[in-house]
Design a protein around this ligand. Sequence first.
Ligand SMILES: *Cc1c(COP(=O)(O)O)cnc(C)c1O
Length: 448
Amino acid sequence: MSGLAERDLKHIWHPCSQMKDYEELPPIAIKEGRGVYLYGYDGKEYIDIVSSWWCNLLGHCHPVINAAVKEQLDRLEHVIFANFTHEPAVRLCEELAGIVPRGLSKFNFSDNGSASVECALKMSFQYQHQCGHPERTRFLCLTDGYHGETIGALSVGTMDLYAKIYRPMLMDTVRVEAPDCYRCKYGLERDSCGCECFAAAEETFARHARECCAMIVEPLLQGSAGMRIYPPLYLKKLRALCDGYGVLLIADEIATGFGRTGKMFAFDHAGVSPDIMCVSKGLTGGYLPMAITVATDEIYDAFYADYGEGRAFMHSHTYSGNPLGCAAALAVQKVLREDKILEKAAAVADILNAALRERLGGHPNVGEIRRIGLVNAVELVRDRRTKEPFPASERTGYKIYKRALDFGLLLRPLGDVIYFNPPLTIDPEAAERAVKLCGEAVSHILKG
Ligand SMILES: *Cc1c(COP(=O)(O)O)cnc(C)c1O
């Protein structure tokens, strides 16, 4: 299959890319995948250490998921989900009901992460309206957050390079300064602090919470911000603050769900529950586009009335509850449970982190190596002492990404933060090999 890259570029506009960059680095055509490995048509092997944008939860072409999707395919590919149902959807929700944070019980399907966020925003807006609070029309969010690319999701995300231009199209949201533990304003240590930075949330709530219907957060891990990690205590405090002001709390667990942080959901670390939770990415193991917005009975009940009262949630997506997606998601749950994936991943996570510290911990351009679950991030800085970043124009992370690809490692960075977010099934050998290749790529670009 020669010439795929050239044929691709004649027609395809790739996501999140300056297409001119492809003159120098054309698209890499992948023929097949197995476990943590991807294979190009030329036979070249790549370690997919970013889980193909964080969605590949259990490795590529997992035999159990493959079999489940194939079986479902010969039964039913899709059916309208208004007034109709099917066994895979019912069984999936029964199973998920047993693992989601306490109180979450009603499952509203969509087909991608951004869509599940839009659903959560509309749901909380309408909930407040129907509970006698039509004045609550705004949303609270953290600075530097990421919740997807559609207009509502962009509105509650960071106002960075990628969102700024759309500002006139976006909702006017209320932003709480996010915790930034690496550059802590109070000079405290993550995990031993008392979340002094939470004062910013308290002040913002005091001024604006009464106009707001909900607050949305990426719990514990602000992924797109550069895998920023903050302590569970922050979520605990946020839960109490939201309760005090009658603001709903939306957990965007799209990146953190299904074991990524070492527990099934990031909120589990805090021992509190959100009112609404969005899941996608790992839900189908990265097989099929599916997402769910999960809500409490209390929210669901506020919509439940005679038709004529007009309280229904008139929100829909054509592919809601797609049976193939449900079959994949059911298989994911089976593997997570039967293969004790979270337990095994915890052991590999320690090995990966130790290897990374040994290899890169002393590098003069490594500001911090931080971790949660199997997620490990290396923040590269010009000056380790002052934490001064590299100028963005140098594209340091991008250069390392390109070099790592030569070495057979898919290490797509977030600015100058390079990170590992591998399938939970990665074995210690592959993890250590990825660290070695990453170390070589870093040394090639940054001589120290
Ligand atoms: C990926 C992601 C989204 C968006 O999901 P899409 O399926 O890409 O629309 C939203 N929130 C978080 C935290 C994500 O990581």
